[in-house]
Write a protein that binds this ligand. Structure first.
Ligand code: Z15
Length: 823
């Protein structure tokens, strides 16, 4: 059944099938010089994409027009080094409300719409959760009709493509631009200049005031590339504005003599490396100069762009924060604090106190991790060499901060040392989280537990001084992409039951509760899941050659590979099942397909070894005649947004098994549960809130709590003792250590085994038995198909809280103080 808003959209000019067909044909003819009859898949894809983009920008121009007449409206600037946008075509068609109309339009062309959607490559401009969260938030901001711009870097090469060769991860360059990227428009006329290096000098201005001039050594141009972000069935169209670094034409060439053309070009190449490649580390920063250059590059472009537009529309520097609410997505853009200070002080002549007030009122800071190794610091030497003026400003911020601490806590020099922006132990370095806290009016964590731990541990001193600045905003995900686009079967079933309002009012899913006991509804629910599993099974066979059975329990763990996420705990369970089957091949076990996916940072040896371990276990069990297909282990290569859209809808069991206290929130946990998977998980991150919502009886809980982890460590945790006392655990560890999984290199997995036996910082062995026992409860529920389906329905019905619309409403009310601007 077609919804009212669909019908309404179709009657608008340009959105009916006939107009769409004409638009696609025109793009093929006039833009690409192709005849429809001979157009390739890529030709057709580009033509459809351009036809859709035209309609997005039409909304975008209207949104901008509206904003120009509303100089009082506050605009959100979401500053993020990563935006993991995923494929754009289907999501835009859904938000425009013309998915069916376009499908009909495309019947006149040699390639149907679903073929084109499948053909699309995604821009992988992010590593994982943090970058994908930014993309979900852009979707929700537009859907809630809040004017917003996402500012970031247009990396030429995004996150590497992962191939699995001989069971190992191999990284290939991601050339996402190679066939043309139709969703963006370059805006060379809006380029800005960014400077690096050199020296500063003091001088007295015409009014006799002391001022500072920065004589930079290098100038780079930032060229914005805009992608329109349309909300779901609204007229608001926001922007993602990504900056590409280019050489300044006149600068280098003028400074070189005739005959030095080669050196001039070298300089150009070096300049353009700034936006060349995304650093592939998730939650473990690389202290490389180029990374700091990237951060400052996009932040400076963004703040200059914001200031320029504010002033163009009649604002003054001292009212900057009335127009802009800027959010720092982790500390990667934290250099925005001294950059805004510099512009206000040096370029616009504000006094320190006035500039500092504007700055603090402008920024909010979101922390995404407690892992000590992930908290960014920059060596003072490196920072000062690249950004000499910013270092002076950081010192002055710190001087005033430290004065304040001493005033409130006289004699407490320990506290001064802990809170300082400068870490003086060892090589002097700038603590970017402290800089972000100092420069923001609001600091938030991303799930209730995470915020608690932030407040009681990592930032306790800051909370003591400014308790009212700390907030929690639990993460959310967009139900448009992660339900409507990726799970049309389930979405159709839900809409048939409760109407079509739920994608933008996700709490409405609760109306599904009354269908949880309806046998007919349950049967249709199972049919949808089965179809999704068949689709995944086909993709698995196509990409790995492994045949899996859709009737088995699909047990899935997809996320970055990291020791704290404990993919190896999952593996220990698999080997436990395997050993049981080997001991008694006639054992009656629940058939399982265990799917892993995720990228390892290229320099993270143990994470790469974990991938090899998973594939080695697959090689051992998948074709073992004693197993008889009852256990299949798959590593699905190159996990990204597009692959996720196939995997989440097909999962029965969602693995969220991080060591309690380590995963700030997690967002995959939400995507799975929204698609009817039941979670097996620890009391970590947003798992806790998911369990509170869906009910403890519909969630498989196991493992130590964050407090227990802390106490156990303090008491002297001895993993070796756990190993000695548990024969099942000993069996699987010994199996790995024996070399049976790696006959060509028997000691291959020694580093993993030794890490577990002698250190085990993530308490894998401590949680092993609880996990295995909990998996037995999973089996028991699975054997009662009706009870499982009921729990699956109730999970979806009670997940409304985890829409990113709710998260964005929280940010708007508590942090940004912004309101929708309605057309
Ligand atoms: C990243 O993806 C996350 C945290 C980080 O500090 C960095 Cl650098 C990257 C993740 C968290 O690990 C995850 O728990 C959270 O859900 C996500 O950010 C979004 O908040």
């Amino acid at each position: 059944a077609e919804s009212l808003s669909d019908a309404e959209h179709r009657t608008r000019t340009g959105l009916d099938p006939e107009s769409l067909r004409r638009a696609v044909r025109d793009h093929l003819f006039y833009f690409q010089g192709r005849h429809p009859a001979t157009a390739s898949v890529n030709d057709c894809y580009l033509a459809v994409a351009y036809a859709v983009r035209d309609r997005l920008f039409q909304h975008g121009v209207q949104s901008l027009d509206l904003l120009l007449h509303r100089p009082d409206a506050r605009i959100v600037a979401y500053l993020s080094a990563e935006f993991l946008m995923g494929p754009q075509l289907a999501a835009n068609l859904v938000n425009l409300g013309i998915l069916d109309a376009m499908r009909e339009a495309m019947t006149a062309f040699p390639h149907d719409l679903d073929r084109l959607i499948d053909h699309e490559e995604e821009p992988g401009l992010g590593n994982g959760g943090l970058g994908r969260l930014a993309a979900c938030y852009l979707d929700s901001l537009a859907t809630l009709e809040v004017p917003a711009i996402g500012y970031g870097i247009r990396y030429e090469f995004g996150i590497f493509n992962q191939q699995i060769r001989d069971g190992w991860q191999v990284e290939l360059t991601d050339k996402w631009l190679h066939l043309g990227y139709p969703w963006e428009i370059a805006r060379p006329e809006r380029a800005v200049e960014v400077r690096f290096g050199g020296t500063t000098e003091g001088y007295t201005d015409a009014d006799g005031r002391y001022r500072v001039r920065w004589n930079a050594a290098e100038i780079v141009m930032g060229v914005p590339h805009d992608t329109p972000i349309l909300g779901y069935r609204v007229k608001t169209c926001n922007l993602l504005r990504l900056w590409r670094a280019e050489a300044v034409q006149s600068f280098d060439f003028a400074s070189f003599n005739v005959g030095e053309y080669g050196r001039a070009v070298e300089q150009q190449v070096s300049t353009e490396t700034i936006s060349k490649v995304l650093y592939p580390n998730d939650a473990s920063p690389q202290g490389k100069a180029l990374r700091l250059k990237q951060q400052y590059f996009f932040v400076s472009c963004a703040i200059q762009d914001m200031l320029r537009s504010h002033i163009r529309f009649g604002g003054t520097p001292d009212t900057f924060h009335h127009r802009w609410a800027a959010q720092l997505n982790d500390t990667h853009p934290a250099v925005a604090v001294p950059e805004l200070m510099r512009l206000l002080l040096d370029e616009h002549g504000l006094e320190w106190d006035a500039a500092w007030e504007v700055t603090q009122k402008t920024f909010g800071y979101t922390n995404h991790t407690l892992l000590p190794e992930a908290l960014e610091t920059w060596s003072v030497d490196l920072f000062g060499a690249l950004l000499p003026r910013h270092l002076e400003i950081v010192y002055e911020i710190n001087r005033r901060l430290v004065d304040g601490v001493r005033r409130v806590y006289p004699g407490d020099e320990g506290r001064v040392r802990r809170m300082s922006l400068i870490d003086e132990s060892g090589r002097r370095s700038i603590r970017m989280a402290h800089l972000a806290c100092a420069g923001s009016h609001a600091v938030n964590g991303v799930a209730a537990l995470h915020t608690d731990l932030l407040k009681t541990q990592v930032l306790a001193d800051w909370v003591a001084m400014r308790p009212d600045r700390f907030h929690n905003v639990t993460n959310g995900v967009t139900p448009r992409r992660f339900m409507v686009v990726s799970n049309p079967g389930l979405s159709g079933l839900i809409t048939a039951a409760i109407g079509d309002g739920w994608p933008s009012r996700l709490e409405a899913l609760r109306e599904l509760e009354r269908f949880a006991d309806d046998p007919d509804f349950r049967a249709r629910w199972r049919d949808v899941k089965r179809e999704n599993k068949q689709r995944l099974a086909a993709a698995i066979e196509q990409r790995t050659g492994i045949v899996v059975y859709p009737d088995s329990l699909f047990d899935v763990q997809v996320k970055r590979i990291h020791e704290y996420k404990r993919q190896h705990l999952n593996v220990l369970h698999l080997l436990t099942l395997y050993r049981r089957l080997k001991a008694d091949p006639s054992l009656d076990i629940v058939p399982r397909t265990v799917v892993f996916g995720g990228k390892a940072a290229p320099g993270y040896f143990i994470a790469k070894l974990m991938i090899k371990l998973v594939t080695a276990v697959g090689a051992l069990v998948n074709d073992d005649p004693d197993v008889r297909g009852r256990l299949k282990v798959v590593f699905f290569p190159n996990f990204n947004v597009k692959v996720g859209q196939i995997i989440y809808p097909a999962a029965d069991l969602s693995e969220q098994i991080s060591t309690a206290g380590q995963e700030a929130s997690g967002t995959g946990n939400m995507k799975f549960a929204l698609n009817g998977a039941i979670t097996i998980g620890t009391l970590d991150g947003a798992n806790i809130e998911i369990r509170d919502e869906v009910g403890p009886e519909n969630f498989f809980l196991f493992g130590l709590t964050a407090d227990e982890v802390r106490l156990r460590k303090a008491a002297g945790y001895d993993p070796r003792a756990v190993y000695e006392s548990n024969p099942v655990l000993r069996g699987v560890i010994d199996l790995i250590a024996s070399g049976a999984l790696s006959p060509d290199d028997p000691s291959r997995f020694r580093p993993l085994v030794d890490g577990l036996l002698w250190h085990d910082p993530f308490m894998v062995l401590a949680d092993f038995q609880a996990y295995v026992d909990c998996q037995a409860q999973v089996d028991a529920l699975w054997r009662d198909g009706e009870a499982w389906t009921r729990a699956s329905i109730l999970n979806v019905a009670r997940m409304g809280k985890f829409s990113s619309d709710r998260s964005i409403r929280d940010y708007c009310e508590r942090i940004w103080h912004v309101e929708p601007v309605r057309a």
